[in-house]
Design a protein around this ligand. Structure first.
Ligand SMILES: C[S@@+](CC[C@H](N)C(=O)[O-])C[C@H]1O[C@@H](n2cnc3c(N)ncnc32)[C@H](O)[C@@H]1O
Length: 275
């Protein structure tokens, strides 16, 4: 498991939690490659259309990449019982919380996988995934961290390999710079934007929320949304976009207003310099 640094709450023993909720955590995800929909169908249960267990399968596999503590995965799994939801996150603490939520809510169509985003092609077979949700991905604003973004060109090329025909990558973010950077990467990776919104919550009021959406919207954010589907594969895949998110900050941000998550210090410094 990739070790990232999160502060543990008092009396929280991570190993103990991971063990307690291990049934909802898949630590050998590559062994399911190409058969997630069948292999995760609840044991002994016939499918909705009456197919016997063994031949039964979920209708689709959706991935929540960087799923955090799992609110979105859990609520989505409630809403769509015939879809399998796989939450991936690099942070063990998030895995523990998400797995706890899945088990305590008795969900049979959700599982979490401790992994980095670049593992997707090793975990899923070509065409196996119908939707990749990117909810409030970490922005990594600095140029030198650009390849760590889950919307970077390299990742979008990976996603092409696992998406089913007509499948979509769905970004939701509070960050206009990250959204605009994503548009450059989608174009370079040969995707077609099929939906773009300055206020996705207004468009899809019934869509489940994630922890970050709740937190950032309570601080004044609106949800920017982008859905894109792979078009013809580009012949020449070369990074030509500006990589620092500072380059995507609008002039109006210097006047005040909501500052995107992860860019607080940068914007504060820029505003001070401008003054
Ligand atoms: C800002 S949080 C958002 C969490 C959740 N999607 C939400 O909306 O509440 C970003 C999450 O992405 C995870 N993450 C960041 N980079 C990642 C990567 N390369 N691969 C997998 N997870 C990553 C972090 O551990 C964190 O849980």
């Amino acid at each position: 498991m990739h070790a990232m640094h999160a502060r543990l709450p008092k009396h929280f023993v991570l190993e103990e939690r991971l063990e307690r909720y291990a049934d909802a955590i898949e630590v050998c995800p590559a062994s399911y490659r190409g058969r997630w929909a069948q292999a995760c169908w609840p044991l002994g249960e016939p499918s909705a259309d009456g197919a016997a267990a063994g031949t039964a399968a979920f209708d689709e596999v959706r991935v929540d990449l960087g799923c955090g503590k799992g609110s979105f995965v859990a609520a989505s799994a409630h809403n769509a019982p015939n879809a399998l939801f796989v939450g991936l996150d690099a942070e063990p603490l998030c895995m523990a919380y998400a797995a706890q939520r899945i088990m305590e809510e008795g969900l049979r169509n959700a599982v979490v996988v401790p992994a980095l985003g670049d593992a997707l092609p090793r975990i899923f077979a070509p065409g196996e995934v119908s939707v990749i949700h990117l909810n409030f991905p970490t922005p990594y604003p600095r140029k030198r961290d650009a390849t760590r973004r889950l919307v970077a060109l390299e990742r979008l090329m990976d996603y092409r390999r696992v998406l089913a025909p007509g499948g979509t990558v769905r970004l939701r973010t509070d960050s206009q710079p990250l959204r605009d950077f994503t548009l450059t990467q989608l174009a370079l990776a040969g995707y077609k934007v099929v939906y773009a919104s300055e206020d996705e919550r207004a468009d899809h009021p019934d869509e489940p929320t994630s922890e970050y959406e709740q937190r950032l919207c309570s601080q004044g954010a609106t949800v920017l949304g982008l859905w894109a589907t792979p078009g013809p594969e580009p012949g020449n895949v070369t990074q030509t976009a500006s990589l620092s998110l500072v380059d995507y900050l609008p002039e109006s941000l210097f006047e005040g207003g909501y500052v995107p998550h992860g860019m607080e210090q940068t914007v504060y410094n820029l505003r001070r310099r401008k003054r």
